[in-house]
Write a protein that binds this ligand. Structure first.
Ligand SMILES: [Fe+2]
Ligand SMILES: [Fe+2]
Length: 277
């Protein structure tokens, strides 16, 4: 199975780069399933039902989120009616929506998508390791064809720990939230594909997707200053491409995808991919 996880989609330009390229990517990479993290889709903060519709229409199958999921309040009554929009699974009991979903491809193959959120340098939240462990126990590879974990977090150590914690039990663990792609895509020893962060789909002439002047001023003056505004220049699309083994559900290949403005382009097929032989 061929999967794509797009990192945090930030604002109008982030959505636009997906709309522009996703139909072609689905064809040229022969993608079976596409996940995008949409927590910053609405002007940098949160996501609306309209944003969801736009992402689904261009070829995204499932939208994950993170700490910004509730920034646009109108998503709170919406999320329970949209099983394709996930929020972190380790939110306290009673949170609306779901943190995981079991999805069927047109040919009947099944993929489990888990959206979990880290705790280091983040809001206090329930244990993501226990939550992911429970779900992996309920849905072992074999019972489902592929398992993709979006682990939304700040600390690289916690994300790497989640990767190894899931090694051999998930097809892939890919981080989101930092808005910067990491260069550590690899297949872990027991067969789980891993990348600490997929990076953002957004304007990289910015401070993690926000207009740089106000962001810099916060550090320089150490005062609250003006509200951060989303950067809306031409975006780059950053994602992790994963190919799973049909027999085991484990990973055969993982490679970054980068295209669009500013960042050095990287196409995930070819020799640069990390393959398991
Ligand atoms: Fe984000
Ligand atoms: Fe985040």
């Amino acid at each position: 199975m061929r999967l794509l996880l797009c990192g945090d989609v930030v604002g109008r330009s982030g959505r636009a780069v997906l709309v522009e390229h996703m139909p072609r990517l689905r064809r040229e990479l022969a993608l079976d399933f596409v996940v995008a993290n949409g927590e910053n889709a609405a002007h940098g903060f949160g996501i609306t039902d309209k944003n969801c519709e736009e992402l689904y229409a261009c070829g995204v199958d499932v939208i994950t989120t993170g700490n910004h999921v509730w920034d646009r309040r109108e998503i709170i009554p919406y999320i329970g009616g949209d099983p394709r929009l996930l929020r972190p699974v380790n939110f306290p009991p009673g949170a609306p929506g779901a943190g995981h979903g079991l999805f069927a491809l047109a040919d009947g193959r099944k993929i489990l998508v888990i959206n979990a959120m880290a705790r280091l340098f983040m809001d206090a939240i329930d244990d993501p390791f226990a939550a992911v462990d429970r779900l992996l126990g309920q849905h072992p590879l074999g019972a489902v064809n592929a398992i993709l974990v979006d682990f939304h977090g700040e600390a690289t150590s916690e994300k790497m720990s989640m990767g190894h914690f899931c090694d051999g039990r998930a097809s892939a663990v890919v981080g989101t939230h930092s808005h910067v792609p990491t260069a550590d895509a690899q297949i872990l020893p027991k067969g789980t594909a891993y990348m600490t962060d997929a990076g953002m789909c957004g304007d990289y002439d910015s401070v993690i997707g926000m207009q740089k002047e106000a962001a810099i001023a916060r550090f320089v003056r150490k005062m609250p200053g003006e509200r951060l505004q989303v950067a809306d220049g031409e975006a780059a699309l950053c994602a992790a491409f994963i190919e799973t083994d049909e027999r085991t559900g484990l990973a055969r290949r993982i490679a970054p995808l980068r295209l669009g403005a500013r960042l050095q382009a990287h196409w995930p097929l070819g020799e640069a991919a990390t393959e398991r032989v």
